[in-house]
Design a protein around this ligand. Structure first.
Ligand code: AMP
Length: 125
């Protein structure tokens, strides 16, 4: 349940194993899974198990240690799955493309050394 008393977010339902996802990393506080609608050859969503923070600004203010853990997990995923160059994107707000109000990062990258993400993938996620 989120702090606003709304229904559990889709990511909380993944954490609870109520809906399926391809989970690629998990720690005590963080879970990461393949994005269901990938925008890059490698596209992983990294989120907190705690649903109380809606976006990265709230998380940074409320629990910077947890934000650092999220980034560390994202870096590990990028090291395992990309060519070492990647984007770490936190959409913040509807106008920026945020659709799930449970803080999460997108890890976007390419798995082959020669592939580039290009400029286009800065568009809406
Ligand atoms: P954002 O638009 O930044 O809030 O990102 C939400 C992301 O969650 C989008 O890229 C969606 O494709 C992804 N997404 C939504 N539902 C699922 C799901 N059930 N499994 C995996 N990814 C999902």
């Amino acid at each position: 349940m989120s702090s606003s008393g709304a229904q559990p977010s889709i990511f909380s339902r993944i954490v609870a194993r109520e809906i399926p996802a391809t989970i690629v990393a998990e720690t005590e506080h963080i879970i990461a899974f393949l994005d269901v609608a990938p925008k890059a050859p490698v596209h992983v969503v990294v989120t907190t198990k705690d649903p109380q923070y809606q976006n990265v600004v709230e998380l940074a203010a409320g629990n910077p240690t947890l934000l650092a853990e999220l980034v560390a997990v994202a870096e590990r995923i990028a090291a395992e799955r990309t060519n070492g160059q990647f984007r770490l994107v936190f959409n913040t707000g509807v106008a920026a493309g945020q659709t799930v109000f449970h803080v999460h990062a997108h890890v976007l990258g390419s798995s082959t050394p020669t592939d580039s993400l290009g400029e286009d993938s800065l568009g809406a996620l």
